[in-house]
Ligand binder design. Structure first.
Ligand SMILES: [Zn+2]
Length: 388
């Protein structure tokens, strides 16, 4: 009797876990809405992926030790509620447990190193999230696909951290060739990554002003750091395919891609999965600014070599922004730089109005100016060439 009384009926989860569980519920990783059990975890691990060397992530879900303390030797109820910040947000039914295999990273902690020896057992079962935001997004997407009668649907994962001219080029290239482009805007994974909301604001600004909105469908994957160029791209394939895409655009620099050439043919670690799921994979070459061609080129189409190429390195651009410098406009659009500098350096100026009014002529009407306005006008002024 004592044992039944102590059955675990609820567990605490983090926002990140809620986001990934929400994706699993809508079958984003080919598990029919289930958290896989031990056999399925390893079956999926071995059959979904061509290269076991690259695929080091499993779908095993172990409730966090920090949020739940030690759950080893506990008996779980068949129905376990999921609690986020004292609110029940969903449940797992038909719950079973299995031992946590420390050898594999799981998608729930893809970027964290498991230093702790204290790990809870893994849970399997059917997931139900009460207010699944991704379910609503997918429904809206399906409606749009049906309404537009879109046939060529391309997905791309965008870590616009920040959004550069190279991203812009990639987006336009993709839109040109598709009826509809699903853009998954993902979280950054570096220590100096931009805040997701700032990133989202910049992307929305860019999309609203410079992209044909009827041809794109953004999906914001906040709190999910699973999709980085260092991790298994098979999950990107499964995600894109589950949202209805038939093509996936991926940069050649994706380190998990394992791009190699055999008999002059490009091969990647996800060829087999892409064949199985019917998802065509498009590997894009790297875009750079060539100071000989004096335009943006792909490394494949320019003959001048790396010593003439300025790369769109996001980490370097972020470092400039964090230091308060304006990145060159051949790298980042001025409106984006202005937004990010204002966001990263709040209350920087003692008197922004004084600088603004001193530098820029006005028609006599005094308008209140923000830091963002100042940066934008300054960038324009920096680009003005001076002749006597
Ligand atoms: Zn060139």
């Amino acid at each position: 009797m004592e044992l039944i009384k102590n059955k675990i009926k609820e567990i605490n989860i983090s926002e990140k876990e809620l986001s990934i569980l929400s994706l699993i519920e809508i079958n984003s990783f080919n598990t029919n809405g289930f958290l896989p059990n031990k056999e399925e975890v390893f079956k999926a691990f071995n059959t979904n992926t061509i290269s076991e060397n690259i695929s080091t992530c499993t779908l095993a879900f172990s409730p966090s030790f920090e949020l739940n303390s030690n759950l080893n030797n506990c008996v779980f109820d068949k129905e376990v509620s999921l609690k986020l910040n004292d609110k029940i947000v969903g449940k797992i039914t038909k719950t079973c447990t299995f031992e946590n295999d420390k050898a594999y990273t799981s998608i729930f902690n893809a970027n964290t190193c498991k230093l702790s020896k204290e790990l809870n057992p893994c849970l399997s079962g059917k997931i139900e999230i009460f207010d699944n935001e991704f379910k609503k997004v997918k429904l809206a997407l399906n409606k749009k696909i049906a309404k537009d009668n879109a046939k060529k649907i391309t997905a791309l994962l965008l870590n616009a951290d920040p959004i550069t001219r190279a991203h812009e080029r990639m987006l336009r290239w993709t839109i040109d060739k598709a009826d509809l482009v699903i853009i998954f805007v993902v979280e950054g994974y570096d220590s100096n990554s931009l805040n997701y909301e700032a990133k989202r604001e910049c992307f929305e600004y860019y999309a609203k002003n410079f992209l044909p909105l009827e041809r794109i469908f953004p999906v914001y994957l906040k709190n999910i750091d699973l999709f980085s160029p260092y991790l298994d791209p098979n999950y990107e394939c499964l995600l894109a395919s589950s949202f209805g895409a038939n093509k996936l655009v991926i940069g050649q620099n994706h380190q998990g891609l394992g791009l190699f050439y055999d008999n002059n043919l490009a091969h990647t670690a996800i060829d087999e999965l892409s064949r199985k799921s019917g998802l065509e994979l498009i590997v894009l070459p790297e875009f750079v600014f060539c100071n000989k061609c004096n335009v943006m080129v792909s490394t494949k189409s320019c003959p001048h070599g790396a010593h003439h190429h300025i790369k769109y390195r996001s980490s370097m651009i972020r470092e400039m922004l964090h230091s308060g410098l304006i990145p060159p406009t051949v790298l980042v659009r001025k409106e984006i730089s202005a937004k990010l500098l204002a966001h990263l350096h709040p209350n920087r100026f003692k008197n922004v109005q004084m600088i603004y009014d001193g530098l820029f002529p006005s028609n006599g009407i005094i308008e209140k100016r923000s830091d963002e306005d100042l940066y934008k006008e300054l960038i324009t002024l920096y680009q003005t060439s001076y002749m006597i």
